[in-house]
Design a protein around this ligand. Structure first.
Ligand SMILES: *Cc1c(COP(=O)(O)O)cnc(C)c1O
Length: 474
């Protein structure tokens, strides 16, 4: 399998090269040159693999189709280290359960170390990084910014990996106490938490400022783990396959998925699974008040929002103004015409802040060809949905998952609708208290988390101060 850039530049690359690279040199995102197509016999075989050998074995089968520069035995060992019952709480790794009796299901993607679906991708990425860096005799210094879930998932995945250091910036005092404790409670010299006075955007600007110094970047082998990394996406394809298998009995039985979305990373993996031939009827995209993607799917206009129009909501991990993975889907939608993609994302979007595909033949068939539909949910919807789901089923869902359930309700059909649970309620207790009048249940592993001693450095100064800190601590 070779990988190409959505903007058409450069030669096709192999998996391990793009794993450590992030963005393509031409500014595009990497995708497989073609999607593997699954035949009926393979689907039947995978059903047996999941039943007999479990999630890690299924992950191995899926990854083999995308990775040809790691030997099969090594790849299996990587998957087995990433997906253990110890880390994910159950042998199933991703349990899938009915949510009431109206055809809705919940895919429990948030049972990992930091209680968000990002663990499923990060745990695999951590193992892949360690494997490939050791093979190349290299080390990597991950520099990133987080508004909550990404940073803690990355830190817990890289913890104990000999070849990796992490420097993670977060906005001082703006994450939930639980999220802060998850990151700052880590006591390890290879993980450096840095707080910045100001919003998340300031953190991101500082990171970009350091990355812009190409010499510094090379000297300190800086890398990133953001959601555009193909390694994360391919890890997510696995749980679409596993969830479909768990909610169906026959290999031609269709399901739909509803996905609380921000950067289009999670649902993009659903799109890849569907292109591979997993019988997915619809991909239902749910947004909160920051509904850039819902707007595009309804109107064909993709309009990036300025920060003045980006709202702080009670599903904060979906508070985005532009969706960093969206270019991948547009590449497929436009028949993989890299020149048009480049003109849209490096041209029109940069010049005008938007592009409009409403008059194109591709947009006209978007829903019928790719299965995408969408909806927006609000704070009032989240609170009401958390309350009604709890009353109806006894299950407490987090505010992001509630956005998904709310939007999914508009599309319940004959096929099972699987809602992706993207976080556990314990991470966002204030909204749970507002909806239910009591704190969410706290899983055993998080008891006492907030009383651990916290390890964090306050950054005073700009890009140069950050660089000095990196030099000092690497
Ligand atoms: C990251 C995140 C999302 C958004 O996922 P994308 O892949 O960016 O679309 C939704 N919910 C939670 C809880 C998250 O952490």
């Amino acid at each position: 399998m070779r990988y190409v850039s959505t903007r058409g530049g450069g030669d096709p690359r192999q998996f391990c090269d793009i794993l450590l690279e992030g963005l393509a040199p031409d500014g595009g995102l990497y995708l497989p040159a073609t999607y593997p197509r699954l035949d009926a016999a393979t689907l039947a075989e995978w059903r047996q693999v999941l039943a007999d050998d479990g999630y890690a074995a299924l992950a191995h089968r899926v990854l083999l189709l995308f990775v040809d520069d790691i030997g099969s035995d090594d790849l299996l060992a990587i998957c087995q280290r990433a997906y253990t019952a110890e880390k994910f709480g159950t042998d199933e790794i991703v349990p899938v359960t009915p949510l009431g009796d109206n055809g809705m299901w919940l895919a429990h993607l948030s049972e990992g170390p930091t209680a968000a679906f990002k663990d499923l991708a990060m745990q695999l990425l951590g193992e892949l990084f360690e494997y490939e860096l050791t093979r190349r005799g290299r080390t990597l210094t991950i520099l990133g910014a987080t508004s909550g879930d990404t940073g803690s998932a990355a830190e817990h995945a890289m913890l104990g990996k000999e070849s990796v250091r992490v420097f993670m910036l977060s906005p001082r005092g703006r994450m939930t106490p639980f999220q802060q404790a998850q990151m700052y409670g880590i006591d390890n010299p290879a993980i450096v938490n840095i707080t910045v006075a100001g919003p998340f955007d300031d953190c991101q600007d500082l990171v970009k400022g350091v990355f812009a110094d190409l010499q510094f970047r090379a000297d300190h082998s800086l890398g990133a783990v953001n959601s555009i990394n193909w390694g994360r996406l391919v890890a997510q394809v696995v749980y679409y396959v596993a969830s479909w298998l768990r909610a169906t009995k026959a290999d031609d039985e269709q399901v739909s998925f509803c996905v609380p979305s921000g950067n289009f990373g999670n649902i993009c993996a659903g799109h890849v699974a569907r292109e591979m031939g997993i019988p997915i009827r619809r991909l239902i995209l749910a947004t909160n008040e920051n509904n850039v993607l819902d707007e595009f799917l309804r109107t064909g206009v993709y309009r990036v929002r300025p920060s003045s129009e980006t709202y702080e909501t009670s599903s904060p991990s979906m508070d985005i103004s532009k969706a960093s993975n969206f270019e991948r889907f547009i590449f497929d939608l436009l028949g993989r015409d890299a020149e048009r993609v480049r003109e849209l994302f490096a041209g029109e979007l940069v010049r005008t802040g938007q592009f409009d595909l409403s008059d194109t033949s591709e947009f006209a068939v978007l829903a019928s060809t790719y299965g995408f539909v969408s909806g927006t949910s609000t704070h009032a919807d989240r609170v009401e949905t958390i309350r009604t789901v709890h009353a109806r089923t006894g299950v407490t869902i987090d505010p992001h998952t509630a956005d998904g359930v709310k939007v999914a309700e508009g599309f319940v059909g004959n096929e099972p609708v699987i809602v992706c649970e993207t976080a556990l309620p314990v991470k966002f207790s204030a909204t749970i208290v507002e909806a239910l009048g009591h704190e969410p249940e706290r899983p055993e592993r998080f008891v006492g988390l907030e009383s651990l001693p916290q390890h964090v450095v306050d950054l005073h100064g700009g890009v140069d101060a950050l660089k000095s800190l990196i030099v000092e601590r690497v």
